[in-house]
Design a protein around this ligand. Structure first.
Ligand code: NAD
Ligand code: MG
Length: 386
């Protein structure tokens, strides 16, 4: 029996993780769950999975959650201390890090320090603090399993091979909803258009990141840390069918790829049960139903966020954390209708232009850089006329 804690159980990844847990009651037991705002769904999860600890992000929601859970045998906590308590609960073997954004940093770091294995969906932790996290993973001897589908694909394509034999990593990208939208009309697209992803059903923030292609930029940085590969050896291919989830090319010219129906339950199941493979509920792949699988290079002029991410990781130090913070603010402002779609990249670029990268040694220093990035980006958004 593997004991699991899910940080962010009410989100898209959290819900898919719980579906797999529910399908394998003989393998997995839930120890702690945490949620943000969706208390109604959270209470249903608490009733179904009977965690020992349930945590809401805001202290203000604790009394209401206690009321809704009266009669249930569960400890209700709130705030960052609550998230840390969930992440470090004694019985937990593995923590699924599925909070969105830099908010995942502190509880994920606490889980590693408590010796928990990590199934990592929250790519922002590696983007903002990759060097610190990879050092923590080594220091505390825990295992870090990627949940992001591309990184799971790479992880699976590396199994049985030597990292030093890798020539390059090819990250595939669907291209998002605006793949065929002319660059000249991108400034006019609506929030609804941007949320309409062709292949994947995900939380709002990552769906907008996919539309700007910042998601792929974040994933390049994530891959750089997970597989300690130089950024120049990580290439992005647009693959609109999202069937090949990523590839690894070796020095002998052989390429290993992982294929499957686009459904996050596959990489989640692999991370949860590794090294075993378990039934995930993912629809089997029938390649005969596709008229072709296509690949081409991304349009860097149209999707400017991709180059901003390369610029951030090449600058290193605090720049990726600032870029990530600016992106989180710009995406939130876009979702609120306060800035236009192309102003997301503009906000990030202007925030990065205003930042002098400096060394980050601790999570606290990362959080300071993150705060600086957020405040600067907010200010830039306020000045913009939509
Ligand atoms: P989501 O918005 O659907 O869910 C996020 C979860 O985190 C929710 O439970 C929410 O309540 C909680 N949360 C949000 N803000 C919080 C805060 N400040 N403090 C505590 N909890 C908070 O997001 P998602 O799509 O499930 O994505 C989660 C993470 O996984 C992201 O980092 C995303 O990039 C990554 N990811 C998601 C997918 C996907 O298919 N959804 C794929 C790959 C990677
Ligand atoms: Mg991905």
């Amino acid at each position: 029996m593997k004991n699991i804690t899910i940080l962010g159980s009410t989100g898209s990844i959290g819900v898919s993780t719980l579906e797999i847990v529910a399908a394998h009651p003989d393998r997995f037991r839930i120890i702690a769950l945490t949620a943000g705002k969706n208390l109604e769904l959270f209470v249903r999860q608490i009733v179904q999975f009977a965690p020992r600890i349930a945590v809401v992000a805001s202290h203000d929601d604790v009394p209401r959650l206690k009321e809704l859970c009266s009669g249930l045998d569960v400890t209700i906590l709130g705030g960052v201390e609550g998230l840390i308590a969930a992440a470090t609960a004694n019985e937990t073997d593995m923590v699924v890090a599925a909070i969105v954004g830099a908010a995942g940093l502190v509880p994920t770091a606490a889980a590693i320090r408590a010796g928990k294995d990590i199934a990592l969906a929250n790519k922002e932790t590696l983007v903002t603090a990759g060097h610190i996290f990879m050092d923590l993973v080594a220091e505390f001897g825990v295992r870090l399993f990627p949940v992001d589908s591309e990184h799971s694909a790479i992880f699976q394509s590396i199994e049985g091979h030597r990292c030093e034999d890798i020539h390059k990593i090819i990250l595939t990208a669907s291209g998002g909803p605006f793949l065929n939208t002319p660059a000249s009309t991108l400034s006019q697209v609506t929030v609804r258009d941007a949320l309409n992803h062709p292949n994947w059903s995900m939380g709002k923030k990552i769906t907008i990141d996919s539309a700007t292609m910042m998601n792929k930029g974040l994933e390049v940085i994530e891959a750089r840390w997970l597989f300690s590969t130089p950024v120049e050896n990580i290439q992005v291919n647009i693959h609109p069918q999202s069937i090949i989830h990523s590839m690894v090319e070796y020095v002998d010219g052989c390429v290993m790829a992982q294929l499957g129906t686009p459904d996050m339950k596959a990489p989640i199941a692999y991370a949860l049960a590794y090294p075993e493979r378990i039934v995930s509920g993912v629809k089997p792949l029938d390649l005969t139903t596709f008229s072709g699988l296509t690949f081409f290079n991304p349009d860097h002029d149209k999707f400017r966020c991709l180059d901003l991410a390369y610029r951030a990781i090449n600058a290193g130090e605090s720049m990726p954390a600032v870029m990530n913070a600016a992106n989180e603010i710009a995406v939130a402002e876009f979702l609120e209708g306060r800035i236009g779609f192309t102003q997301i990249a503009e906000t990030i670029e202007r925030t990065m232009d205003a930042h002098s990268a400096h060394n980050l040694r601790t999570i606290d220093e990362v959080l300071k850089a993150d705060l600086w990035g957020r405040e600067s980006a907010r200010e830039i958004c306020r000045e913009m006329v939509h």
